[in-house]
Design a protein around this ligand. Structure first.
Ligand SMILES: [Zn+2]
Ligand SMILES: [Zn+2]
Length: 297
């Protein structure tokens, strides 16, 4: 099993990171995509994988940084001759989201125009996602893999469900947090996993600042909390990802971030603090994610 980090950033557009996306490739070559944030389709191609060859997408939640590229991923798959509908598993609202995109939706003109090509008429199913809204428990199963999910704590559930997941395949297990505050559900999903890919959006210094200034509702996991989760779950290796631009040197991000972050603290040195704080509790193998980073299990 191969895990490729297609996107490792968060909600701001970041010159150095695409938004969320993780691609799992089984030993038999079958691909499973988890989240579809802006930039991940391009990174998928950079990783030498065609979107047309990825039959399965799990959307952990419907924040834009986890779904923005879904139209591009789907249209590219259609143009590149995907056969059949992509399977899309996600929270309540996923059917509504997908139904408003293509035929009769936001990209109707593109759909209509491109449908006139005979070649594109031959695989119109590629533009009709097979959407399955999931509930805690087994979210998806085929002859190669089993994916279980549970609610995590990120957005109030009455507004939108958010899922963490665990995938079992090739005799290995890998868990993905999506976005979440520290929660018991994620400890259980990740229990004994060969790999945990977990969000780690802000360093402690940012979290303190956001608490003091009341910016946003804090619903992410700090590096210290992530170390505790990885230790309690007994994972064999950890990938920290979904970094909230704190290390950026971009003047545009620094300017835009003024309302959100203590921009005077921003810089690459903060990643050392992140590692130090994860290490307070977790001593196992640790990967600080970057786009196109690959972990083989
Ligand atoms: Zn996010
Ligand atoms: Zn989110």
């Amino acid at each position: 099993m191969k895990i490729t980090m297609l996107g490792t950033g968060a909600a701001f557009v970041d010159p150095d990171r695409a938004q969320s996306g993780v691609l799992v490739t089984l030993d038999n070559g079958r691909h499973y995509l988890f989240d579809c944030g802006a930039g991940i389709t391009r990174n998928m191609v950079r990783a030498n994988v065609s979107p047309a060859d990825v039959p399965f997408v799990f959307l952990t939640h419907l924040h834009h940084d986890h779904i923005c590229d879904f139209p591009l991923f789907t249209i590219t798959g259609w143009m590149w001759n995907r056969q059949g509908s992509p399977i899309v598993v996600g929270p309540k609202g996923t059917k509504d989201f997908c139904s408003r995109l293509f035929e009769g939706g936001a990209f109707h003109t593109d759909y209509e125009a491109r449908s006139h090509y005979p070649a594109r008429q031959r695989n119109l199913e590629a533009m009709k996602p097979d959407v399955r809204e999931c509930s805690p428990g087994i979210a998806y199963q085929d002859e190669h893999a089993t994916i279980t999910c549970d609610w995590v704590e990120h957005i109030p559930r009455e507004v939108s469900e958010c899922f963490g997941v665990r995938m079992e395949a090739d005799g290995k297990s890998v868990a993905f947090s999506g976005d979440t505050a520290p929660c018991e559900a994620m400890v259980k999903l990740a229990a004994g996993a060969d790999l945990l890919v977990h969000e780690c959006t802000f360093p402690e210094a940012f979290i303190e600042h956001r608490k003091k200034t009341g910016v946003g509702i804090f619903a992410h996991t700090s590096p210290t909390e992530l170390g505790i989760i990885a230790k309690r779950a007994g994972v064999k290796a950890l990938v920290a990802t979904h970094f909230g631009h704190f290390e950026s040197t971009s003047p545009v991000i620094k300017n835009a971030g003024k309302l959100h972050f203590p921009v005077e603290l921003m810089g690459p040195q903060l990643m050392d603090d992140v590692v130090r704080d994860i290490r307070k509790n977790y001593a196992g193998p640790l990967h600080i994610a970057h786009d196109l980073m690959r972990v083989d299990l």
